[in-house]
Design a protein around this ligand. Structure first.
Ligand code: G3H
Ligand code: ZN
Length: 287
């Protein structure tokens, strides 16, 4: 069965590796992520944004889909189902319908309101054994239509949210959602080190994991990062493989558009990328 993300993230923090958190966008994505982490024998977090959940039919559909696929596919590695960048209401709904982990992203509120709302979600989620992620400092780029210039989180604010009892904390350290510009300055390790010290061993989350050079991810892991979020990279892999298949055009002439055929190249590409990332983040074989 699906599990809370707390234990796997804490084990990763202690073991100096990172749990990959893959965003799912539909049935096929979910199957490929599960197949990939099972092949890599890696614990993982399958996460969904509110927009993707809406597209898939709602939070309860997503919860039932992931839970049933986990069982139907005979998956044996620990998997958590996590709401990504949740609103206050969205987090409460996911707690109700069977998610095993939620993020309440209050980074766009003023700090006091972020703390107050985070506190409420933490209490509610923990009363049901559900893990919680909160955020301090907006993550750059656009996620689910919410744009942020991206800022460096304030270590004192991170300490305050860590002390609320959150299970892992997302803190802006120059990371960006989506593709990184060629002139990107890289992660701010000085700020990450200050935050790592301020939160006193609380596992940190690296959002915008797609496109960050592995050596930077590895360095971030030595400074407290234990969960790395990936969405864009899987989307790019899927799109490239599908485009190649369509451009080849071989199977499509007159044989109809069987999704089992048309989506297969993209699915295989996602599965392979999931295995590669589990190995790169050091979670492979840690089930
Ligand atoms: O919350 C989602 C992640 O931060 C995904 O970011 O699309 O840049 O990998 P990414
Ligand atoms: Zn994110």
């Amino acid at each position: 069965m699906l599990v809370s993300a707390k234990e796997m993230v804490e084990k990763a923090h202690a073991g100096h590796y990172a749990i990959p958190a893959f965003n799912t966008n539909n049935l096929e994505w979910t199957k490929c992520i599960l197949a990939g982490v099972q092949e890599a024998q890696s614990p993982t977090i399958i996460q969904v944004s509110e927009g993707a959940a809406k597209y898939m039919g709602g939070f309860k559909v997503v919860a039932d889909l992931v839970k049933n696929l986990y069982e139907a596919m005979g998956i044996t590695v620990p998997v958590a189902l996590h709401l990504d960048h949740g609103t206050f209401e969205g987090a409460k709904k996911c707690i109700e319908v069977g998610f095993t982990s939620v993020m309440f992203d209050g980074s766009h509120f003023d700090f006091d309101e972020n703390v107050a709302k985070s506190k409420e979600i933490i209490a509610l989620a923990h009363s049901k054994g559900i893990s919680v992620e909160c955020e301090v400092g907006g993550i750059g780029g656009v996620e689910d239509g919410v744009a942020s210039a991206g800022e460096l989180a304030d270590p004192a604010e991170c300490k305050a949210v860590a002390e609320l009892g959150v299970d892992f904390l997302a803190a802006g350290i120059g990371n960006i959602h989506g593709p990184y510009p060629a002139d990107w300055k890289g992660l701010n390790f000085e700020r990450l080190d200050e935050i790592d010290k301020a939160v006193n061993g609380k596992p940190l989350v690296l959002h915008g994991g797609s496109g960050i050079p592995f050596e930077q991810v590895h360095k971030a892991v030595t400074l407290g990062v234990s969960k790395v979020n990936i969405n864009t990279e899987l989307q790019l892999e899927f799109a490239a493989a599908t485009r190649k298949y369509i451009e080849a055009g071989s199977d499509l002439k007159g044989k109809g558009y069987d999704p089992r055929k048309v989506l297969k190249p993209g699915c295989d590409a996602i599965t392979a990328k999931v295995v590669e990332l589990c190995k790169a983040f050091g979670s492979a074989g840690k089930a």
